[in-house]
Design a protein around this ligand. Structure first.
Ligand code: SF4
Length: 493
């Protein structure tokens, strides 16, 4: 059997990092970890071919080669997913779909032959058995959430390594919190499940054996969801890294209560964690309560960010406007918070009701839902009727973006961030600066062609004089800021 694994295309969003990745010749930030795991669940005897449409074109000959096509997607990839399903069906191929979008929006994908709802560790082997005896069903729905000890090592060997900025691994699924807008807890549950230490290290061994060096994204939605297990993992990870001469540095996502745990932060620093994404959402306590984000109301958020930065972890964060309790001055309050927190990469989005979330159900009860979400909460589209006047909300939202990604404002934040980080040596092949050509491209684009070149040179001069040991990080931040500014210009036209 010949299995074609296709990862649909992402639109250009803040999360694509496309304008920054272009500097070092990368096509995509991360490989499709879900499909690499699907590959590992298929029989050894099957041939497989991966086409990540974010790094290369899906050709007719790829489809012609395949007996069966597997697709996995998030909601934001919906258009591309539907296009590829139609294309493969028109070529008479058997099509299998799964992943987060399919798990919550399967009713839109009837054209596919087989639909996987939920996690596939148990259902995929069952499907293969059914297929072999000619009795495969249309829908496979996981009846329980599998232990991650059942998850095989992803087939990293299928990826074209040099096309990605980072590799991905997963340690846990699920989160103990209950944020109203979150779809993670609906898909993966509120009891975090983790891999064993041995499993994680074996995965890193395989990744290292591919030749990959540099950044590794631990894709967990909340890496510290099970703190006890994480505390046990990190010493082993530190020892592994030392044994192998620090081949990787790590980025991940975590809840803000990370800030209360100095011992854990110290372990993450020693394990070479460089950046952590936090869901801060809003500085307004009433809005946090509305979002059921109690973990953010129990602490001083600015102090929490500063504490994490002091351990050498750059904080990247998500912010949301559009809560019912947002006051009239929410936009200024968000801008001030982002400024004071020195978070260069602030993902500010409009509140979105994702399918099957608590928020979706409440808004449905209240008759306020308008349409399905696009999955891109930064493109200025709303899928529900907000309490605040819609035009005012969108105008204020765009004002936040224009302000925080104006060159002077962004570079000021990046410098303040650098001054708060403990300098750490840049690991090999980590970040955009490692290649001289990438550096030259950045200089040419930001320092020569860009209309904000004066601000760039001022920033670079400050970075050289005040943050010499973090200079590589400073250049990476400049490239990232350029991406965010380009996207902001397209959103706020
Ligand atoms: S902390 Fe993050 S992952 Fe956990 S419920 Fe809230 S939004 Fe979801």
């Amino acid at each position: 059997m010949k299995a074609l694994l296709v990862y649909p295309e992402f639109p250009d969003t803040y999360w694509s990092f496309r304008h920054a990745l272009a500097f070092n010749g990368k096509r995509s930030a991360f490989p499709p970890l879900g499909l690499l795991t699907v590959s590992a669940l298929l029989p050894d005897s099957w041939q497989r071919r991966l086409v990540d449409m974010n790094v290369r074109r899906l050709k007719d000959e790829d489809i012609a080669w395949a007996d069966i096509v597997f697709l996995s997607a998030m909601i934001v990839q919906r258009d591309s997913l539907e296009h590829v399903v139609a294309l493969c069906k028109a070529r008479g191929k058997r099509v299998v779909v799964g992943g987060p979008y399919v798990s919550t929006g399967a009713e839109h994908l009837h054209a596919a032959d087989h639909i996987f709802i939920g996690e596939a560790e148990m259902t995929l082997p069952e499907f293969v058995r059914d297929l072999e005896r000619g009795a495969a069903r249309h829908v496979y729905e996981a009846t329980e959430r599998p232990a991650l000890t059942a998850t095989p090592i992803p087939h990293f060997r299928l990826t074209e390594l040099n096309r990605y900025n980072a590799m991905s691994v997963q340690y846990s699924r699920g989160c103990p919190f209950s944020c109203e807008f979150c779809d993670i807890i609906e898909i993966y549950g509120r009891v975090p499940r983790t891999k064993t230490n041995a499993q994680m290290l074996a995965e890193l061994d395989v990744l290292r054996a591919t030749g990959w060096r540099g950044l590794v994204f631990i894709v967990d939605d909340n890496f510290i969801g099970n703190k006890r297990n994480v505390r046990a993992l990190l010493p082993d990870l530190i020892a592994w890294s030392e044994r192998h001469k620090q081949p990787f540095s790590f980025i991940t996502e975590a809840s803000v209560n990370l800030a209360e745990d100095d011992a854990l932060l110290e372990l993450m620093r020693r394990a070479n964690f460089r950046r952590v994404f936090l869901g801060i959402e809003t500085p307004v306590e009433e809005s946090l309560k509305e979002a059921q984000k109690g973990q953010n109301t129990r602490r001083d958020l600015l102090e929490s960010v500063r504490k994490i930065q002091a351990y050498g972890l750059e904080v990247m964060a998500g912010f949301i406007v559009g809560f019912d309790h947002d006051p009239e001055d929410i936009f200024e309050r968000q801008i001030n918070f982002i400024r004071e927190s020195a978070i260069p990469l602030a993902m500010v989005g409009l509140l979105t009701a994702l399918p099957n979330t608590q928020l979706w159900r409440r808004l449905e009860r209240e008759g306020r839902l308008l349409q399905e979400s696009t999955g891109n909460n930064t493109d200025g589209s709303l899928n529900f009727i907000p309490r605040m006047d819609t035009a005012r909300l969108i105008e204020g939202y765009q004002r936040i973006l224009r302000t925080i990604y104006s060159p002077a404002e962004y570079y000021r934040r990046a410098l303040e961030c650098l001054s708060r980080l403990t300098p750490t040596p840049e690991p090999r092949n980590c970040g955009l600066i490692n290649e001289l050509t990438a550096f030259m491209r950045i200089i040419l684009t930001l320092g020569v062609r860009d209309r904000a070149r004066v601000e760039f040179w001022r920033y670079l001069q400050r970075a050289v004089t005040a943050h010499r040991s973090n200079f590589a990080h400073a250049v990476t931040l400049a490239a990232m800021g350029y991406h965010f500014r380009k996207l902001t210009e397209s959103y706020c036209r």
